[in-house]
Design a protein around this ligand. Structure first.
Ligand code: APR
Length: 258
């Protein structure tokens, strides 16, 4: 893997605007199961129905009862989210942002771990489980600040219905974060993909967009994915192994420049 790391570092320091797209594989070493590939939740149970948002709209109080007392897979996921902490790979990615090498992280993960690790420029395209959001005006507040004495909770700004910030299947991507993702993708001349199967749109479209605009794709992950063949460079390793090595290799190149 070291040769692949050195090559990836050469690419990163030679590009103008690097954006990183992360997926569930980024958090596997923080104890959160992936959805697809080995050990994937949907690989085991089949892809979930795409009508979760329709069911929320029809019965927001019922949605909130499940949110407050999750069961089954959702309970397991919630417990893993609460127990998860950033690993060395998350911390390395925050370092790469501080070095000015990674400009923005677009994450499909809802686990808040990039922010906890210290990344500032983070677009959470599928939301953040620690937040709630008004479906009318988009106002977000901490989950712990939501008054659940009556369900569904209402927005203090506009009285709209509140839900978890986590984007459910069938729900439109909130406009604010969707715009940031599009802008960052358009500016990228290099995208690093870490821990994503590149299967779920619109996120799966971002690396394809970078490729269309003659950008370079680097994939970091232990298994072959739908997008591996489109990548210019692949580091076959895990997030917690590869990202610290990549950060060190980039640092040594930047030090040599000074
Ligand atoms: N390090 C890096 N990558 C890993 C690791 C690891 N330790 N372990 C697994 N992977 C890779 C897998 O090989 C797979 O390619 O991470 C990828 C995880 O893919 P998915 O589980 O499909 O995750 P993601 O691409 O984020 O899924 C997108 O699907 O269910 C929805 O909303 C959910 O955001 C999620 C979306």
């Amino acid at each position: 893997m070291n040769e692949a790391i050195e090559r990836a570092a050469d690419i990163l320091v030679s590009r103008r605007y690097v954006v990183c797209l992360t997926g569930a594989g980024m958090s596997v070493e923080s104890g959160i199961r992936p959805f697809r590939g080995p050990g994937g939740i949907w690989t085991e149970h089949g892809e979930p129905p795409l009508d979760d948002y329709g069911r929320f709209v029809d019965d927001p109080a019922g949605y909130w009862r499940n949110l407050i007392e999750p069961s089954g897979l959702y309970r397991d996921l919630y417990l893993a989210l609460q127990a998860a902490r950033p690993h060395q790979g998350h911390l390395a990615l925050a370092d790469l942002e501080r070095r000015g090498v990674v400009r923005h992280v677009i994450t499909q993960n809802i686990d808040d771990l990039h922010r906890q690790a210290g990344n500032v420029n983070v677009a959470e395209i599928h939301g953040n489980y620690t937040l709630c959001r008004c479906v009318v005006c988009g106002t977000r507040i901490g989950r712990q600040d939501v008054d659940t004495s009556s369900l569904p909770p209402r927005c203090a700004e506009c009285f709209g219905v509140m839900k978890s910030d986590v984007v459910v299947f069938g729900e439109p991507i909130p406009q604010d974060v969707g715009s940031i993702c599009a802008e960052q993708t358009d500016m990228a001349d290099c995208m690093i993909l870490v821990g994503t199967s590149a299967y779920v749109y619109p996120a799966a479209g971002f690396p394809r967009r970078v490729k269309e605009q003659s950008g370079v794709l680097i994939e970091i992950g232990p298994h072959l994915t739908d997008i591996s063949g489109m990548c210019d460079h692949v580091v076959r390793g895990t997030a917690a192994e590869a990202l610290p090595l990549l950060n060190d290799a980039v640092a040594s190149r930047l030090d040599r420049r000074e």
